[in-house]
Design a binder for this molecule. Structure first.
Ligand SMILES: C[S@@+](CC[C@H](N)C(=O)[O-])C[C@H]1O[C@@H](n2cnc3c(N)ncnc32)[C@H](O)[C@@H]1O
Ligand code: SF4
Length: 436
């Protein structure tokens, strides 16, 4: 397996949160019946993901699949479609247990209370039961006491809130209309509801952010003692209101902001788990019987991805309002027969499955279990990817004989290392897609 020279793309080459990225998906010829797709998948527990493609607003930096301010009847039609899709998907995946569950978006809590209940009912028909780890994304304005009471009542284990910043200038520069008083009451509601795990998302690197303002934002977030923090370096992406980054930024503030955050969080009793993720040291990771390397993901709702070992599928990739509307409009009128097939996606051959295994693990502190890799693919990972030896030698990775883990240097440079593992074929597909 060939891998391009690491670090060529610069420190902020790209955030590889999924491999392959959705921009590598294409129309599948012929469409694949879901029953065949899932029959080919080895047994195991599944991750159920429901994507709610609606928001109260469209933030300046955000390129996620979401429709701001949807009309009420569209949300109702979407819910009916979600129920139809779930019925078909449940048949297709058969009796595999749901090992973990998440509702993401978009902003799931912008649904009315009865609509949010309906989403949980859909999850139950898919085999999810309270007690199985579940996570829900919320925004400050929608994290109201009644929404939180519902989440707690449903046994939700983790709530993740997009705060992004406690600084008004930052929020303006990010194009995120938000009042700090709203954020404070949202965090109070989450704590009062007693959801066991709170994650706060913050973004660093907006024009004008200084180490001082950034440290103050983190310190404010720490007043609620979140179990987790995700610190996202700002990426400026095409078709967002902020627009794509064009220059290479000699004076990029992000490395200094990253370093300041890391040392502050270590002082305050947090451990780093990946470049973006920090966890309070006294919190143990939740036990789930879902394994992100081995188990499939069933995505419901347009925009959600689904994964089996050899096929990843979803609806088309879209950012703009017109393309997003088109996809949601098609979803709400889709028939049972439409829901029964995957029409858009990407196949993963053995080489791509190996790459995915590597990028999903070497940039996390838990690391890559070399025996698990060999057990699955039959070859030592360093034989398949000789570049790993170079990364070890250059101290980006550490090999303790069993597990390959990122060093602090490797964590800092994760967004350079990850993209270097993308295959030529996937890179061509990703860059070849006309974004809309
Ligand atoms: C689904 S949202 C979180 C929940 C909710 N919609 C909200 O905004 O409050 C996903 C998160 O991804 C992060 N994010 C999205 N686009 C980003 C970008 N271009 N650069 C950095 N972080 C980004 C933000 O921290 C955001 O909170
Ligand atoms: S950041 Fe959150 S609220 Fe803003 S547009 Fe994206 S998903 Fe919606």
């Amino acid at each position: 397996v060939t891998v391009s020279t690491p670090l060529l793309g610069g420190r902020y080459g790209g955030y590889l949160y999924a491999y392959p990225h959705k921009t590598a998906y294409r129309r599948l010829h012929p469409a694949r019946p879901l029953s065949d797709v899932w029959a080919a998948e080895p047994p195991g527990s599944r991750f159920l993901y429901i994507h709610v493609p609606f928001c109260e607003m469209r933030c300046g930096y955000c390129n996620l699949f979401t429709r701001p301010r949807p009309p009420g009847e569209l949300v109702e039609a979407w819910l009916r479609a979600l129920r139809r899709q779930a019925r078909i998907a449940a048949d297709a995946i058969g009796s595999s247990p749901i090992g973990s569950f998440a509702i993401g978006g978009g902003t799931p809590t912008m649904l009315r209370l009865d609509q949010l209940e309906a989403v949980f009912d859909v999850a139950s028909t898919m085999g999810w039961s309270a007690g199985t780890p579940a996570s829900v994304e919320v925004s400050p304005r929608t994290a109201t006491a009644d929404r939180l009471a519902l989440l707690a009542d449903r046994g939700i284990e983790r709530v993740s809130i997009g705060v992004e910043s406690f600084d008004d200038d930052d929020l303006r520069a990010l194009g995120r209309p938000q009042r700090t008083s709203t954020v404070r009451s949202a965090l109070d509601h989450i704590r009062a509801a007693g959801v066991p795990r709170l994650n706060i998302d913050l973004i660093y690197g907006a024009p004008g952010t200084t180490v001082d303002t950034w440290v103050r934002s983190i310190e404010t977030a720490l007043l609620w003692a979140p179990e987790e923090l995700y610190l996202y370096p700002l990426y400026r992406r095409p078709l967002t209101a902020l627009g794509a980054d064009t220059d290479t930024r000699d004076d990029d503030p992000r490395p200094a902001l990253y370093a300041a955050a890391r040392s502050l969080l270590y002082d305050r009793g947090y451990e780093q788990r990946s470049m973006r993720m920090f966890r309070r040291s006294d919190v143990t990771a939740p036990t789930t019987d879902y394994d992100c390397q081995d188990d499939g993901m069933v995505g419901l709702g347009c925009g959600a991805r689904s994964y089996t070992r050899s096929l990843h599928y979803s609806t088309e990739y879209a950012i703009s309002r017109s393309a997003t509307d088109e996809i949601i409009d098609a979803y709400v009128v889709a028939t049972d027969a439409d829901h029964a097939v995957a029409r858009h996606g990407v196949e993963l051959d053995a080489g791509e499955q190996r790459r995915r295994f590597v990028v999903k693990s070497i940039l996390r502190v838990d690391g890559l279990d070399q025996n698990a890799y060999r057990g699955r693919f039959g070859t030592p990972v360093t034989d398949d990817f000789p570049v790993l030896d170079a990364l070890i030698e250059q101290r980006y990775l550490h090999d303790d004989g069993a597990v390959l883990r990122p060093t602090p240097l490797g964590l800092a440079w994760s967004d350079a290392i990850g993209p270097s593992f993308v295959s030529r074929r996937m890179r061509d597909r990703m860059t070849g897609l006309a974004l809309r």
